[in-house]
Design a protein around this ligand. Structure first.
Ligand SMILES: Nc1ncnc2c1ncn2[C@@H]1O[C@H](COP(=O)(O)OP(=O)(O)O)[C@@H](O)[C@H]1O
Ligand SMILES: [Mg+2]
Length: 235
């Protein structure tokens, strides 16, 4: 349902212990992400952006506080349950693309469908459709090394979309791209939000990138120091 809360963090702490030292990567953060919302998390390096994204996307459990995904308390779920809910709700996009070098584009996109035990014919069909949807219909059989950075990130986005997730989580998706390819990837992400109603959670330290979201959350030393409105996906 549009507007209902899809992910919520309530007074969340993530504390890393390194010997005697404690690092408060998240120091009491609260955030409600609504279905269909485009949120960017911004802040300087080391402010806790990636940790926040990992906790919101249920890759990591908080040290203290609660995360809810689709109304379910993460702390009450087993690792298997959590992996299943995460796998069907969230698609991940990374700064370094994280593609498998010896797999071609179609095979890379098929992979998450294999984990979901989708039959091979349907896997291939869905992967090809997802690649066409991101403008790579003419690069289906290319391996990552035969693609540009922007094209690799498109494959990664197609892979994220293949499982038909409600939420796309992207950590610095334009961080390894030149500005032209970066803008194209950002346009694609904004289209997923506008045209397909996907919820987008994006981490970036670049002002112009973060400004494309509807809501900008500013982090500093593991705390939210401000929330403001962005352009809402428009250029
Ligand atoms: N696994 C870890 N073990 C110890 N400290 C960590 C770990 N992950 C992150 N940190 C620390 O937590 C803080 C926030 O890190 P991170 O979330 O990666 O920040 P950002 O993504 O904003 O650069 C940093 O001080 C970092 O060194
Ligand atoms: Mg980071």
């Amino acid at each position: 349902m549009p507007n209902e809360t899809i992910i919520e963090a309530k007074d969340v702490y993530k504390i890393f212990e390194l010997g005697a030292e404690k690092v408060y990567a998240l120091n009491g953060v609260n955030l409600e992400v609504r279905n269909g919302e485009f949120v960017s998390i911004m802040g300087p390096s080391g402010s806790g952006k990636t940790t926040f994204l990992d906790v919101l996307s249920c890759m990591e459990r908080p040290t203290q506080g609660e995360v809810f995904i689709k109304g379910r308390k993460v702390s009450r779920m087993t690792d298997d349950e959590l992996a299943r809910v995460r796998g069907s709700t969230i698609g991940f996009v990374f700064q370094t693309f994280n593609l498998i070098p010896r797999f071609n584009a179609v095979e890379n996109v098929m992979l998450p469908l294999w984990f979901k035990r989708v039959p091979v014919q349907e896997r291939r069909k869905k992967a090809m459709e997802a690649l066409k949807a991101v403008g790579l219909g003419d690069r289906l059989w290319h391996k990552p090394s035969q693609l540009s950075g922007g094209q690799r990130q498109r494959v990664a986005i197609a892979r994220a979309l293949a499982v038909e997730p409600e939420v796309i989580v992207a950590d610095e998706p334009t961080g390894n791209l030149d500005s032209v390819s970066g803008t194209q990837i950002l346009d694609l992400i904004a289209d997923l939000h506008r045209e397909q109603g996907k919820t987008i959670l994006m981490v970036t330290h670049e002002k112009t990138v973060g400004a494309r979201a509807e809501k900008i959350v500013r982090l500093m030393d593991g705390k939210i120091v401000g929330t403001e409105n962005g352009s809402g996906g428009k250029k």
